[in-house]
Design a protein around this ligand. Sequence first.
Ligand code: ATP
Length: 461
Amino acid sequence: MSQPVTMDKIVAFCKRRGFVYQSSEIYGGIRSSYDYGPLGVEMKRNIKEEWWRRTVHMRDDVVGLDSAIIMHPKVWDASGHTATFNDMLVESRTSGRRYRADHLIEDATGRDDVEGLSAEELTEIIQTDERVKDPVDGGRDFAPVRPFNLMFETYTGPVKGPENVAYLRPETAQGIFVNFKNVLQTSRVKVPFGIAQVGKSFRNEITPGNFIFRTREFEQMEMEFFVEPGTDAEWHEYWLAERWNWYTDLGMNTENLRFYEHPKDKLSHYSKRTVDVEYNFPFRGWSELEGIANRTDFDLKQHTAFSGENLTYFDQAAGNSYVPYVIEPAAGPDRIMLAFLVDAYAEEEVRGEKRTVLKLHPRLAPIKAAVFPLTKKEPVASVARELYDELKGDYRIFYDDSGAIGRRYRRQDEAGTPFCITVDFDTLDDKQVTIRDRDTLEQERVPLADVRDRLRALISG
Ligand code: ATP
């Protein structure tokens, strides 16, 4: 067994292998912004595609949507974001640093009951509990805690006045609610049904950190599933199971995965029940990957009140109207990618040799297969090249003819490539190639003509 991976190791690995880079690095970098490199972009796309495939394509009761990032500012009044999308901010007068008050207290005291407390309550704790100190200089002179709105403000058009204020969306969900009627009228869906969306969201987090776990610009994969009131509790259970299975079907270790039930008195203003899917990161413990909330009819009712549009649903079969309840699985592909990387990363000894390997599910692996000619010489090289050309339209395939075969394997192990296909001298006679499995290291001979089908079967496995 290898040691649990540290954050430093993952960050260095991600940079070295082209998964994730610090943004604007040649200028010294910018805090909390990251760029996905050649392997990282493939892996994140795979996560989003797997989510879309399972949530939209494999079902007949969910449709997709891609709504704008900049929406009418009233949307955020209706949703409650302008009034309540706040974190509690505290400024240290000794260092001038700003912290999230709840995190500062939690880190200093180990308390786990402070999230959701009011500014006054947090101020009281900070003033009286001697253990709460500025982590930078140990100072205990803090300004009163105040709410800080996390939405990024901008202006539309050339005039920077209050009448032109707009926001970068802090969640993708509202784009779905405001299109509820459009989708109903144009796509023949009937309750129960869902609308899914994947896209960027923005939150001006006070303390971003832990690499791509918490950033100010990130992606979300959200689905609003509209149900008849009274059936909501059952549908919530259904989606909890669906989402759990998504992670485990993609190979996530169940020991590192759990549900966390939000206590009733800590629920968001719109929620009747929220359950998070959490991952046990070795460097920060159990942390949220996804929240699955019963948002009731809150959002549709709010948008009805603020827009004047009737957002009720008419059930033709039953002949009655109602405002649907909503079950929302809301996940973050950046965080999920970090979890899958950590889960898959291993340093191990194989036949006396050390190797670093990413044991990613083939569906998530950035490169599905590598094709190696044993030699650069003809005709082996052109047989390999032909095979590569045949396969590359289906998936990301890598062609590598440089260096010893062992080194080529090790490079692909690190990239998480599940299958390496070698064309050797025997191939010229028997028209077969060797497929080597990244995890078992087993090799099978497969006829050249069958490689494409065999690979498809292995990947969807
Ligand atoms: P947290 O408590 O960690 O701030 P949250 O409960 O505010 O998260 P939600 O509003 O439920 O998060 O958003 C749904 C998902 O979006 C989260 O589970 C997470 O995967 C992702 N997400 C939210 N904020 C961020 C962020 N700052 N950086 C990366 N991903 C995020």
